[in-house]
Design a protein. Structure first.
Length: 448
């Protein structure tokens, strides 16, 4: 509630006073220690994440890897953050300092709980800020491990605080007068509300919102890689991934061959207990979301799409899983641009295949959306690859791969998929502010 949010912010504020005084090297050392502990506890954290979210433990381990990598990356940048020196007439000069913002708020979605908290807190802390983080109420657990690890690594108590709750808690955080910035990952409607709330206090926001990203497969591609790319673009974390390439545009000459292979591979995905080593798809986040996703498939059928595989409720053989929120991953054929399954974010394991003939046509259709998070292109033609990505209206574009997230590269959207970036060097700018200092070396020349 409001009182607890206030306590968390006040304790973060007290920790900020200590933390901001530390040198970049000192902050770096503590972040590196936190990264080391995450690496050491990787299997345990991944197991908690699987229980938290339902994704396969195999995948959860990959999330934990990109989490400690993010801490290491920003630890590396912490000491080299600086301003510039500018010479002015008469020996005077100016310089700039990059300073922290203060107490930053992170609000996360349920699909990558530990990773989202790491991707937000690592650059925030590296820049000298404190953070109060609110995970999704569907996945409250793993973020607490991160808080524990930061504390063990040596951050001042309260520097990274976790508060639990839903929309109301999030609102209290966004409105709090001692909060300097809000970084949000979640849906477009919530993103709009957060922007509105933050605007009242003129607080900067970073918004990582949803998507309906295109994946364009030209007939000259390496088809095996394109099929693998399409699987990566649609079925990680039960398809509950914001940057998924769910509109798969395939050039007509290879449509049948590509579709046949994608369907074959999709049918092979092992669904089941996500804690088992060979499982590759676990349950969806909750029953209402499962029903929501199945509803999209029903609607797709009604609108003329063809279910090529999956799309059904799935009851695994293991009796202990019988009430789980499982479904079979789905490939939809015969899709058209106007269909709901092609226009709206489903956030489940549903791939829509569309055919196209020419580059100009597919670019027009790929960009015909309000979203702009990611896009992908598969081709062996190097000029075409770069020409196409230059025209795609998306913040993250992949050439001959999809859904890899090296922390060295900025991640974030165009259009209604949000603004601001996570990861990469540029994110330092979203967690700091620039101070200009003007130094006079001569006498004051007053105009009065
Ligand atoms: N661009 C990206 O990086 C990502 C985007 N997403 C998007 O997130 C959505 C699914 O995640 P959900 O958790 O269902 O999204 P959501 O928008 O319902 O909730 C996200 C977070 O915001 C909080 N929240 C809800 N209402 C709020 C309010 N009025 N004020 C402050 N906080 C509030 C929730 O408790 C949760 O922690 C999808 O649309 C997906 O595309 C998810 C993951 C990554």
């Amino acid at each position: 509630d409001k009182k607890e949010v206030d306590l968390a912010v006040q304790s973060a504020k007290a920790a900020f006073k200590i933390w901001r005084k530390k040198s970049g090297m000192e902050r770096s050392r503590i972040l590196l220690e936190a990264a080391r502990i995450i690496r050491e506890r990787k299997d345990e954290i991944a197991t908690v994440e699987t229980i938290n979210n339902g994704k396969s433990v195999f995948e959860a381990r990959l999330d934990i890897d990109t989490s400690w990598q993010c801490l290491e990356y920003y630890a590396g940048l912490a000491a080299s953050m600086g301003g510039e020196h500018v010479q002015l007439p008469g020996g005077s000069f100016g310089y700039t300092r990059r300073e922290p913002l203060g107490v930053c708020v992170g609000i996360g979605a349920w699909n990558y709980p530990f990773q989202i908290a790491s991707w937000k807190s690592a650059p925030a802390l590296a820049c000298g800020n404190a953070m109060v983080f609110k995970p999704s109420p569907f996945t409250p657990v793993s973020t607490l491990l991160l808080a524990e690890i930061y504390t063990e690594a040596g951050v001042p108590p309260g520097l990274f605080n976790v508060v639990q709750g839903g929309a109301a808690t999030g609102q209290f955080l966004c409105q709090h007068r001692d909060v300097a910035k809000v970084s949000f990952t979640g849906s477009v409607p919530t993103g709009k509300k957060i922007m509105e709330l933050a605007s009242k206090g003129v607080k900067p926001v970073t918004l990582e919102l949803g998507g309906k990203s295109p994946l364009i497969i030209f007939s000259d591609c390496d088809i095996e890689n394109a099929v693998r790319g399409a699987m990566m673009a649609n079925f990680l974390t039960q398809g509950e991934v914001c940057c998924n390439g769910t509109r798969v545009f395939v050039q007509r000459e290879i449509l049948d061959k590509f579709t046949e292979e994608v369907v074959k591979q999709t049918k092979k995905i092992k669904i089941g207990d996500p804690l088992e080593e060979d499982t590759r798809m676990g349950p969806l986040i909750n029953r209402s979301h499962l029903q929501h996703v199945l509803g999209f498939i029903e609607q797709a059928k009604n609108e003329g799409a063809k279910v090529l595989c999956g799309g059904d409720l799935c009851v695994p053989e293991d009796p202990k899983l019988k009430d789980g929120y499982y479904m079979t991953p789905c490939v939809l054929g015969n899709c058209k641009d106007g269909m709901t399954c092609v226009k709206e974010e489903i956030f489940g394991p549903v791939m829509s295949i569309l055919s196209f003939d020419t580059e100009a046509e597919v670019l027009e259709r790929a960009n015909d959306t309000n979203f702009g998070l990611a896009a992908g292109v598969f081709t062996r033609d190097i000029q075409r690859a770069h020409r196409v990505v230059a025209e795609l209206q998306a913040g993250v574009c992949y050439i001959n791969n999809y859904n890899v997230s090296p922390v060295e590269l900025p991640f974030g959207g165009y259009k209604m998929s949000g603004f601001g970036r996570e990861n990469g060097r540029v994110t330092i700018e979203y967690y700091s502010q620039l101070k200009t200092i003007c130094v006079e070396m001569g006498d004051v020349e007053s105009v009065f």
